[in-house]
Design a protein around this ligand. Structure first.
Ligand code: ADP
Ligand code: MG
Ligand code: MG
Length: 199
């Protein structure tokens, strides 16, 4: 079973991965956006980890709800409300159980990803974070490692796509040939989940 401590470790691991990869994310965003995705997420997840340290939460749902609120209030860009919604809605779907199964988390993430699609109005193939998140959620039923691989493959598959949502869509055909920064960061979120040990 995955308890609040597991979810706290997941968020700490995301923070470390985002910190390590922030320059790459910003480089991707400089090609088809406004060169702030790495700094946006670094600021957001640093705030998430600080808040969880300061106010430890007792349930998986509460950990994700606090993380989501922090992202919404500290990340200015499009990705803040979208990732914030992902974590808040996933947390809400987990309810107030003290621990959840991997299957329950996979289901809840499905609900969270659907909320992201609704908020942003994007679909698979629009060259957004959803292109990593949607295949990851499908693969999570198998294992967290499968979710990580599916997210990575989904992020890489955004390279030849033309962006239809977000800032990159303003570039039209010129968005083709670059990986979507949000899909790359979504792959980090899933990689962190696979890296988090269930002790
Ligand atoms: P901003 O574009 O406001 O600077 P970021 O650079 O932090 O925000 O995030 C950009 C990422 O957000 C994109 O690479 C894309 O993956 C994601 N994104 C933008 N708009 C949408 C949307 N409508 N639906 C889903 N994801 C989106
Ligand atoms: Mg940006
Ligand atoms: Mg911006």
């Amino acid at each position: 079973m995955l308890d609040a401590a597991f979810f706290h470790r997941w968020m700490t691991t995301v923070t470390a991965l985002v910190d390590r990869e922030a320059e790459r994310l910003t480089e991707l965003d400089s090609a088809i956006g406004d060169a702030d995705h790495g700094s946006n997420l670094r600021r957001g997840f640093t705030a998430v980890s600080a808040a969880l340290e300061k106010e430890p939460q007792q349930t998986p749902g509460a950990v994700l709800a606090l993380a989501g609120r922090q992202l919404i209030s500290t990340v200015g860009g499009a990705s803040g409300p979208l990732y914030g919604t992902l974590l808040r809605r996933t947390g809400k779907a987990l309810g107030d159980a003290p621990a959840v199964t991997a299957d329950e988390l996979a289901q809840a993430l499905g609900t969270g990803v659907a909320a992201v699609a609704q908020l942003g109005g994007a679909r698979a193939g629009d060259k957004t974070m959803l292109d990593a998140l949607l295949p990851a959620v499908d693969a999570l039923g198998t294992s967290f490692a499968a979710g990580r691989e599916a997210a990575l493959a989904g992020a890489e598959a955004t390279v030849p796509l033309q962006a239809r949502k977000g800032r990159a869509s303003y570039l039209g055909e010129r968005s083709i040939g670059h990986q979507d920064p949000g899909a790359a960061s979504a792959a980090l979120l899933m990689a962190a989940l696979a890296d988090t040990e269930d002790t």
